[in-house]
Design a protein around this ligand. Structure first.
Ligand code: UD1
Ligand code: CA
Length: 454
């Protein structure tokens, strides 16, 4: 059966106290609405319709995609009114309503809900709550049949005792929806067109309201303020940490691990505390990541070691290679197998060949460095003349003396040695020593100046 998904995201979110529209606030590095859209996509609907209002332009700009239909709700007159704005674009047999500020909804739960929808039946996601304050309550008859939803503000004291709450998530037969929404009225405590009133109409039309529950109540939890946002974040991170541990990763402390993107992991990976993984990260077998590392959009090959306080972005650490502590690998940094990068070394668009080493305090940018080449402490590639960038190519088994300045464009052949403190400005043929510094003079009998008494 065909499916349209409507995501409500027009509300203001006053309690966020933010210039950013509520649904753009991130959980695990991705906007709440982004999470909902991605979950919606997994259901392969024919259309995803996002109802926007407050901050509409920002939301549209941030999330625009070919498969999304943004629908503007200029005035927020209620959830029923919001869905009605999308009506002209709906044509599927089933319509699923989701919320842009309820990001942890699981695909499996929605799948179970959708299975309930038919011509004579709709599916409603409800949740049993210890404290249902604020939620619409599910009214059932003595046999348990759902009759209606009553909003907190319209409920009698007896109805407020009901602990089964409306999550708002609902799946309905598409061909009925227009008729029901057209009949909504706003004569209620909040003067709003309530989507929830559709339930009583469906019952009056002889349909059965089937209910389904989430496996975990956090799935249906929305974020109205930053406290709830932080709760969702922690829940997400705990879930991510548990999934990784189940896949064979050792997390030194699952409470001090953050995933803001996607990671694939091999076996026997060890991740120490306070590590942040961002974007797409690939971690192969036996990788060790030390404490306080930030690793984004990077690949760590088998047995690689990233030591404490390293920052990797768009980098690759080869098989058995290691970097850090305090290494900075920027986009295009590639460490070959068994290569070594030590403390306070920055690489950008630089490839270190197999077994090559840069042990301390270097900047290597726009460089190709051959196998087994050793870069002495303090070496800098001068890759930028203030206007353009140039490349440095070092052959294999090169030995760069400490504190060398390699002025690009520059090519050094295999086996070249440079003297410490050299400024190397022209190419050096293979197996040659290049010394580019003032020659040392020793001045015998030289006297230090003495202080003049005034
Ligand atoms: C709604 C439900 C309530 C349920 C609760 C769960 C109704 C009438 N009530 O109440 O039964 O228990 O959610 O959280 O549906 N929105 C729009 N346009 C509007 C109004 C709302 O896009 O005109 C969006 C909001 O941005 C929000 C969502 O719909 O994401 C829910 O709206 P809200 O006003 O928060 O509804 P509740 O009062 O929480
Ligand atoms: Ca709400």
């Amino acid at each position: 059966m065909s499916l349209d998904i409507v995501i409500l995201a027009a509300g203001q979110g006053t309690r966020m106290r933010s210039a950013l529209p509520k649904v753009l606030h991130p959980v695990a590095g991705k906007s709440m609405l982004g999470h909902v859209i991605d979950t919606a996509r997994t259901l392969q609907p024919q259309g995803i319709h996002v109802v926007i209002g407050h901050g509409a332009e920002q939301v549209r700009e941030r999330l625009a995609a070919d498969d999304l239909n943004f629908v503007l709700q200029t005035e927020q007159l209620g959830t029923g009114h919001a869905v009605a704005q999308a009506l002209p674009a709906l044509s599927a047999e089933r319509v699923l309503i989701l919320y842009g500020d309820v990001p942890l909804m699981e695909q499996g739960t929605l799948q179970r809900l959708l299975e309930k929808v038919g011509d004579e039946q709709l599916g409603l996601l409800t949740v049993d709550l210890n404290d249902p304050t604020g939620y619409g309550r599910i009214l059932r008859d003595k046999t348990g049949k759902v009759l209606a939803i009553v909003e907190q503000k319209d409920a009698t004291p007896e109805q407020r005792q009901i602990c089964e709450g409306n999550t708002g998530i609902l799946a309905v037969p598409g061909k009925r929806l227009g008729d029901w929404l057209g009949r909504l009225s706003n004569s209620n405590a909040q003067g709003e067109y309530y989507l929830t009133d559709v339930i009583a109409m469906a019952v009056a039309d002889g349909l059965v309201v089937a209910t389904e529950q989430p496996l975990d109540a956090m799935e249906v939890q929305g974020a109205n303020d930053r406290i709830q946002l932080a709760e969702l974040e922690r829940h997400y991170q705990q879930r991510a940490a548990r999934q990784l541990m189940a896949q064979g990763v050792t997390l030194r402390d699952p409470a001090r691990f953050d995933l803001r993107g996607e990671v694939t992991v091999g076996r026997d990976v060890l991740i120490d505390i306070n590590v942040i993984l961002e974007g797409r990260v690939v971690i192969e077998d036996g990788v060790h990541i030390g404490p306080n590392c930030v690793i984004s959009n990077s690949t760590l090959r088998q047995g690689a070691v990233v030591k404490a306080n390293s920052h990797l972005e768009g980098a690759e650490v080869g098989e058995g290679a290691d970097c850090g502590p305090f290494a900075r690998l920027r986009p295009g940094a590639v460490l070959g197998a068994k290569a070594h990068v030590g403390n306070f070394v920055e690489l950008k668009n630089a490839v270190l060949g197999e077994g090559a080493k840069a042990g301390h305090l270097s900047y290597l940018g726009d460089a190709e460095i051959g196998a087994r080449t050793n870069i002495g402490a303090g070496t800098i590639t001068c890759n930028y003349d203030g206007a353009n960038k140039f490349k440095t190519v070092l052959g294999e088994d090169v030995f760069i003396g400490s504190n060398s300045a390699l002025v690009a464009p520059l090519i050094l052949g295999d086996g070249v040695t440079t003297g410490a403190g050299s400024v190397i400005t022209s190419d050096v043929p293979a197996d040659t020593l290049a010394v580019g510094r003032a020659k040392q003079r020793n001045i015998e009998g030289w006297k230090r100046p003495v202080k003049i008494n005034k």
